[in-house]
Ligand binder design. Sequence first.
Ligand code: SIN
Ligand code: MN
Length: 267
Amino acid sequence: MLSDAQLREYHDDGFVVVPEVLTSRDLARIRDEVERLYGADHPGRVLEKDGRTIRGVHGCHQTSELFSRLVRLPDLLESAEQLLASKVYVHQSKVNAKRALRGDVWPWHQDYIFWEREDGMPAPLVTNVALLLDDATPYNGPLLFVPGSHRMGTLSTERRRAAGGEESWKSNLAADLDYALTAEQLAALVARLGMRAATGAAGSMVLFDPRLVHGSGTNMSPYDRQLLIITYNSVDNVPQQVPSRRPEFLSASDTTPLAPLTGGLRP
Ligand code: SIN
Ligand code: MN
């Protein structure tokens, strides 16, 4: 469970880094499973612009037995329940590979606008639990945050492309987002609030608010920066009907409340 100080940090800054959440054994198992998912043909598997480097895989909790258990690990699940003060389910799960020397950027954005506009989610009663699968350093494209920006509401209101069609959701998995902040919006925010990098050792957990402004740069290092992001939504905040639903691996229809795992990741 999160301490009062950690809860305060999440509410004040919009994020908190919790070290040493995964054991080295579980971390090794997860990394092996991620390698398997990178090699498996699935529409939720995305490549970088070069057409050969893996960028990420989506819907891991739906395609992998290990991940379906991982999202129920008490340290993760109960932190999300605590932050949202309710039972939760997984709206989305993904691993961003950010490969050594090839991993591309994530432009500055807020997550909630995608889930509200594209998926019909009624309120920002949702949180991200990210797990560092590699050490995140200043050199390998760590998550960057504008602390406190989650209290500014929705900032990027204009959709860059017309809605609808398959290409529309696909582009949001690449380094080309429909709701990115403009340089002017970012400059004004950072002048007031500054910027922080979520660096830390592999096995750490980073919890962040769905409205927090974030992004990440290229990976200039010779080491991968793999990041697993599990988006837990409150069972009181189930998405409403939308005209063209995104695929299951981006907007899960199974909203059954999750029960904590007993007996570890793989007994
Ligand atoms: C994201 O915003 O979903 C991904 C950011 C990252 O992996 O750096
Ligand atoms: Mn994001």
